[in-house]
Design a protein around this ligand. Structure first.
Ligand code: C2O
Ligand code: CU
Length: 499
């Protein structure tokens, strides 16, 4: 590319620089699929369910026989899965026992601004008195920094959906998430509950991300404690993104899971820093097993959609039902990544071990609240591309590097607008606060997997994607940004205000 970046930008939209692990990679499909613990409330606070999470380091075994120090919510990676109920408010009290400031964002949450995880609302480590004030090119950056503990108030005034939570500290989101600060958050409601979709141990969270490992088992990352933009040699090499050669599902390398010959509901999150996947279900000697998409980022679709491949960019979620009764008992069904090569073509395997009775259903009609948004006359264009960030280089939106001190756009609540995203290379664009709908790609109908309420859209190289955006009722300061986390840390983020 013109600016000298050596990272890979393929027409298929895989953007990033691949790191190769310095340890022998384990054979795939040997480690059992872990299921993250479900977070439990510790009490109530002002009528809300109170959860308390400690961000801390832990030593875990990811590559068999090796020790990896993670930074995790409650010391786990992924963090505990929240299961909350639509309309039932939640307070999450996060205490930071890590060595650096952190910020927590609930991705997909309809969250008041002061709980959203503004990138400069730092929580300092417990007992840390050093000055972490953020100065960028001589300008102090504004945030509400507090010591030790922050309470996030989540009204959960939103429909059932697959959300996730992760670190969002300005300039350091990518290394913090890479070290493990991410987990899932499932919102449930009566509508979904009444459908009869597969549930219990027939509903599997699948948090997918890639990592590379250094010889001592630690996560390998080009810069863990300085912003990528400021490390000589690193900024060019990794500005397109960091890719690992190990695919983790729920924190385990290429795991395997024994399943009944019944329907399963898979709640898939692409939690990778930069890696895109195209997921398909391989069956030995047969055609790929189709699956039924029932939901996207923002929850249930109006009606199920049959899919055979799912293109998933960082930040996107897919809620799908797979019927393992379609293959004989004994079959190994492998979820592969057709965009991957070598070790990154493998993801997770399902071994169908027994026939079983199936009481689940996928009704032909899922939800009534996915009517198309009808945009008014306002069209805003946002161009995602390389650009100057102070006196270094990075990524910009409309030529602007992230500026927490000024709003790129003030958006009236209740107004349906068209936002037009233009990209140079691949950028998965994520908008905080409220979901949107994809209207068009290069003026043509969107992809089959763009259906439903989305909050992250996979914008391919040189593509123009139109989405219909509407913020409903919460006024405040928010961000939208590229969810390639290296791009985000290299300033591809914008402040907006809902007014
Ligand atoms: Cu998943 Cu602004 O983030
Ligand atoms: Cu990007």
């Amino acid at each position: 590319a013109g600016c000298g970046a050596v990272g890979l930008d393929t027409p298929a939209g895989q953007t990033g620089e691949m790191l190769t692990s310095a340890v022998p990679l384990p054979a795939p499909y040997r480690v059992p699929l872990p299921i993250p613990a479900v977070a439990r409330p510790t009490g109530t606070l002002g009528g809300a369910d109170l959860y308390e999470i400690t961000q801390r380091t832990a030593d875990v075994e990811i590559i068999p026989g090796l020790r990896t120090t993670i930074w995790g919510y409650d010391g786990t990676f992924p963090g505990p899965t929240f299961e909350t109920w639509s309309g039932r408010p939640v307070v999450v009290r996060h205490t930071n026992r890590l060595p650096v400031p952190t910020v927590v964002h609930l991705h997909g949450g309809h969250t008041p601004s002061d709980s959203d995880g503004w990138p400069l609302d730092l929580v300092l480590p417990v007992g840390d008195t050093s000055n972490w004030a953020h100065v960028h090119n001589g300008v102090p950056m504004v945030g509400n920094t507090i010591a030790g503990t922050r309470e996030h108030h989540y009204p959960m005034s939103q429909r059932a959906a697959t959300l996730w939570y992760h670190d969002h500290r300005m300039d350091f989101t990518a290394p913090n998430v890479y070290r493990g600060l991410a987990g899932m958050h499932l919102v449930r409601d009566d509508v979904e509950d009444a459908l009869g979709l597969p549930a219990g141990d027939h509903e599997l969270p699948l948090f997918v991300c890639d990592r590379a490992f250094a010889a001592d088992g630690s996560f390998d990352y080009p810069s863990l404690d300085r912003t990528l933009r400021t490390v000589p040699g690193v900024e060019d090499r990794y500005m397109s993104g960091v890719l690992g050669d190990v695919v983790l599902v729920n924190g385990a390398p290429w795991p395997v899971h024994e399943v009944d010959g019944t329907r399963y509901r898979l709640r898939i999150v692409n939690g990778s820093n930069a890696r895109r996947y195209s997921f398909a279900l391989r069956v030995p000697g047969g055609p790929d097993l189709p699956f039924t998409q029932v939901g996207s980022d923002g929850g249930l679709l109006a009606a199920p959609v049959r899919q055979t491949a799912l293109d998933a960019a960082p930040g996107e979620r897919f809620d799908v039902v797979v019927d393992f009764a379609a293959v004989p008992v004994g079959t190994e069904v492998t979820m592969v990544n057709t965009l991957g090569t070598g070790s990154t073509a493998d993801v997770v395997r399902f071994h169908v071990v027994r026939a079983a009775r199936d009481d689940s259903r996928v009704p032909a009609r899922l939800a009534d609240d996915v009517a198309p948004l009808v945009p008014g006359p306002v069209v805003r264009e946002f161009a995602f591309g390389r650009g100057a960030v102070g006196d270094t280089r990075g990524w910009t939106i409309n030529g602007h590097a992230f500026d927490p001190n000024s709003s790129l756009a003030d958006i009236p609540l209740g107004q349906v607008e068209t936002w037009r995203f233009r990209s140079d290379v691949h950028h998965p664009v994520h908008v905080h606060l409220d979901p949107f709908q994809v209207l068009a790609r290069d003026g043509k109908p969107p992809r089959p997997t763009d259906v439903g309420w989305k909050d992250t859209v996979d914008v391919l190289p040189a593509e123009i994607v139109d989405v219909a955006v509407r913020f409903t009722d919460l006024a405040g300061r928010y961000v939208f940004h590229c969810h390639n986390l290296e791009h985000e840390d290299m300033a591809m983020m914008a402040t907006i205000r809902t007014v």
